[in-house]
Design a protein around this ligand. Structure first.
Ligand SMILES: C[S@@+](CC[C@H](N)C(=O)[O-])C[C@H]1O[C@@H](n2cnc3c(N)ncnc32)[C@H](O)[C@@H]1O
Length: 248
């Protein structure tokens, strides 16, 4: 590893205290450098989820593509007695950070590295491996800013995996770049949101009906769609409920 690479890796491992939790010093999230904005972004999502399901200490949550535990840290502040949280990510450094700075202090928050291919976050791993988690029967699958960096076959596959992991009637909350009157899918569309794209899968944009059909085909009924609901990133929010039986 080069000196710059080594320094970067050390930076990614550091944390600073915020109330009774730790936050990453080097962050992968866009526009969330300030600690209050970072944690408030998670608290706002937690509060808005209460309209779709009751969040209490027995709610079982899977945070797929959990990154550096932004949502987990918000949950610790809002629901400190939460018994079952599972965070999964293909970024080994992010999972190491979460284990060291979250799981160590809050063992009900469990983090797992899965070596799954993603051209942006983990290009060297093989694609689409089934999730073999001990914990099943989740009430909520949370995928913030994950499908926004995934192509169609991955989205289909992980929607299927989430459906298998949720209880019947369980809720999936996902954010994605979604528009009408655009091609079904486009990776890094020119000038989209007036920002430049950097590297593969920076912004994967889906056509609305096409993406919502993928949820339907994976066995979910749409509950809510909020166009560009995440103002900071321009991502839309999709909330759906598992039907129990998947369309063939
Ligand atoms: C933009 S970050 C969002 C992190 C987190 N969800 C949040 O809201 O702060 C996208 C995350 O998805 C993860 N990811 C992408 N593809 C994945 C896959 N196939 N399996 C697991 N994690 C994946 C990346 O490693 C990255 O941490």
């Amino acid at each position: 590893m080069s000196l710059i690479g080594a320094l970067k890796a050390v930076g990614q491992r550091r944390a600073r205290q915020y109330k009774n939790i730790y936050l990453p010093v080097k962050r992968s999230n866009e526009k969330l450098a300030d600690d209050n904005s970072y944690i408030n972004s998670a608290l706002e999502q937690i509060d808005s989820l209460q309209q779709y399901l009751e969040l209490n200490q027995t709610t079982r949550i899977i945070d797929f593509g959990c990154g550096q535990g932004r949502f987990a840290n918000g949950l610790i502040l809002r629901l400190p007695d939460l018994k079952h949280y599972t965070g999964v990510d293909t970024n080994d450094d992010a999972i190491k950070w979460c284990k060291r700075w979250i799981e160590n202090y809050y063992p009900n928050f469990q983090f797992h590295f899965i070596p799954a291919h993603n051209a942006r976050y983990n290009p060297s791993s093989p694609p689409r491996q089934q999730l073999t988690l001990k914990q099943k029967g989740f009430h909520l699958a949370f995928l913030n800013s994950v499908f926004s960096h995934m192509l169609i076959e991955d989205v289909k596959f992980y929607l299927g995996e989430m459906h298998k992991l949720l209880i019947p009637g369980g809720v999936i909350y996902a954010t994605a770049f979604v528009e009408e009157w655009v091609p079904e899918i486009e990776e890094n569309p020119d000038g989209y949101l007036n920002e430049d794209c950097v590297g593969p899968l920076h912004r994967v944009r889906y056509e609305k009906t096409y993406l919502l059909n993928l949820f339907e085909k994976a066995g979910f009924d749409l509950i809510d769609f909020e166009y560009r609901g995440i103002k900071r990133t321009g991502q839309s929010i999709i909330v759906a409920r598992g039907k129990g039986i998947k369309e063939s």
